[in-house]
Structure formats: structure tokens, C-alpha cells
Design a protein around this ligand. Structure first.
Ligand code: DAK
Length: 257
């Protein structure tokens, strides 16, 4: 399928979406977000895909929502438009999604990376929520997800004073999984995604769901939720296969059933 704002491909069991508005620093206009979410939903529904990668280019993962598209919007248009729904759709993808980030990940771009499950960053990556410079605040989760990652003190500096985080700072605060040289960021993301994509599909989905429950539930509710998902996996063929393979010293063959 041809797209106007993104490129898609698959490598093995990994589905890849690359933002493709290089002249606009991959600014996230409505068309790009629509194409991205449609592509991720299609990968999510495809049994041949086990994990996804979202990426940009060397200069920018994405420099935020498209300011030129937003500049003349009325409050009613902002309230009415489906824009924010794209970030919500991303957080509802059931398979793992990895962001491979080089260059700027700003505003909605940073929020999009943070809504993924893992981030592989290049040494050139810069994360920030500079909306304050536009007279607005983050609207797609930045104040929440960034604060959960880096804590209140630094989050205040990021939101109130437009401070950027370098890749190494992001690593220190646990915002990203690893930092690698720019030229290998995609290789590294692909290696991680391929390893994950080779694992038992249902267990993967439920593991992702259980970790994400931390943000929604109290500890007791989260523990009970985890327990229910754990028991449920004993109804899958993959659980029997995984344990039989261990006992018989062979490699498991996952069916996703
Ligand atoms: N939007 C539109 N165009 C952008 C852009 C953006 N976010 N970022 C860069 N560009 C464009 C520039 O206008 C320029 O285009 P031309 O002038 O060449 O036509 C081209 O990309 C190259 O940019 P620069 O010339 O500025 O390049 P530099 O290397 O000098 O600077 C930069 C790179 C990334 C530091 C700079 O471009 C910059 O500061 N960009 C803006 C970053 C920003 O403020 N991001 C936050 C955007 S606001 C919502 C929820 C959330 C959101 C929206 C709605 N709802 C609840 C509905 C999210 C909001 C945001 O993300």
C-alpha cells in the first residue's frame, strides 16, 4: 500500500513504520497520524507480525504536532477533531511497539515515543515538551508520562522552561531502554524487536497489558489483575508447549494459541 506521509515495511516478524516528512521534521499532521495508526492497526491484526517499530529519520523522530495545521484552530475544532484519538489508539495496540529515536522527539513526537512500549535512542536523540514556547501545554500525555518517568522536579523544568533531555539523560531517568550510535539505531531496534517477535504471542500481549496496568491500578488491583492473566495463560497451547520444550530440552515452537 502506498502512503503519502509514511513508509512501511516488514522484516521477518517485525512491522516497521517510518515517518516520511523530512522537510517538516516529521511534524505530525493529521494525515501522517491517520496513516501511522492505520498501519499499526494492520500490523496488530496480522499473525505474521509479532512486534512493531516506529521511527523517523536522522534529524528528527518527530518535532511535534504540525504547528502550521494547528495555528488557526478554534477551541471547538481542537475539541472536536480526532487528533488526540491517534495517541489513544497507539496505547491500545496489543503487540509490543518500539520507538527508534534519532534527533528531535518534541511535543507530540515525544508523547508518541513515550506511548510506545520501549525506546531505543541514538546518541543524537533529544526529548522535550517545548509547547510552553507556543503558549500551550502538552495535550497528548506529556505532563503525565514524562513526570512518571523523570519525577516532578525535572518534569517541571521540561514543561515550564522547555528544557530538552539528551539521550544519556533520558537513559539515566529510565525514559529510554538504551542509547546507541546513530548509524546503528535501527539495527539495534530491529534486533530487539526480532527477539521479542519470536516469543509466545499471547504471553507477550498479556505481559504488556500487565505492565501497563501499573499506570491505571492500585497495587492490590494490579496484583489481582496479573494473577488472572497468569492463570489464563494455562489455557493456552503455548504454555503446554513452552514447559514441555523446557523439560525435553528442545526449542519451543509457538502457535499463538
Ligand atoms: N510543525 C510544523 N512544522 C515544523 C515543526 C512542527 N512541529 N517543526 C519543524 N517544522 C518545520 C519548520 O517550520 C521548517 O519548515 P520550513 O520553514 O523549512 O518550511 C522545517 O520543519 C525545518 O525546521 P527548522 O528550520 O526550524 O529546523 P531547525 O533545525 O532550525 O530546528 C527544531 C529544528 C525541531 C528545533 C525546530 O523546528 C522546532 O523548534 N520545531 C518546533 C518544535 C515544537 O514546538 N514542537 C511542539 C509542537 S506542539 C493535541 C495534543 C497534542 C498536540 C496537539 C494536539 N490534542 C489534544 C488535540 C501536540 C502539540 C505539539 O506537539
Amino acid at each position: 500500500m502506498t502512503h503519502q506521509y509514511i513508509l512501511t515495511r516488514s522484516e521477518g516478524r517485525v512491522g516497521i513504520v517510518q515517518f516520511n516528512r523530512p522537510k517538516a521534521m516529521n511534524a505530525l499532521n493529521r494525515g501522517l497520524m491517520q496513516e501511522t495508526m492505520d498501519a499499526l492497526d494492520a500490523f496488530d491484526a496480522d499473525d505474521a507480525i509479532g512486534c512493531m517499530i516506529v521511527t523517523g529519520n536522522e534529524r528528527a523522530f518527530a518535532a511535534g504536532a504540525d504547528i502550521k495545521e494547528m495555528a488557526t484552530a478554534t477551541p471547538a475544532e481542537m475539541l472536536d477533531n480526532p487528533f488526540i484519538g491517534y495517541w489513544d489508539r497507539l496505547s491500545k495496540i496489543s503487540k509490543p511497539v518500539i520507538a527508534a529515536v534519532s534527533g528531535y522527539a518534541l511535543g507530540g513526537g515525544c508523547e508518541l515515543a513515550m506511548a510506545c512500549d520501549m525506546i531505543v535512542a541514538s546518541e543524537t536523540a533529544q526529548f522535550g515538551q517545548p509547547e510552553i514556547n507556543l503558549g500551550i501545554i502538552p495535550g497528548a500525555g506529556g505532563t503525565q508520562r514524562m513526570t512518571l518517568a523523570v519525577g516532578k522536579a525535572l518534569a517541571m523544568e521540561i514543561m515550564l522552561n522547555g528544557r530538552f533531555l539528551s539521550a544519556d539523560e533520558a537513559l539515566n531517568y529510565g525514559l529510554v531502554n538504551r542509547v546507541v550510535p546513530a548509524e546503528v539505531v535501527m539495527d539495534e531496534a530491529l534486533k530487539l524487536a526480532s527477539e521479542i517477535a519470536a516469543r509466545a504471542p499471547i504471553a507477550l500481549r498479556l505481559a504488556k497489558e500487565a505492565v501497563n496496568a501499573v499506570y491505571e491500578m492500585s497495587l492490590q488491583s494490579g496484583l489481582a489483575h496479573e494473577r488472572r492473566l497468569f492463570y489464563m495463560l494455562f489455557s493456552t497451547e503455548d504454555q503446554s508447549e513452552g514447559m514441555d520444550a523446557f523439560i525435553n530440552k528442545r526449542k519451543a515452537v509457538w502457535q499463538g494459541k
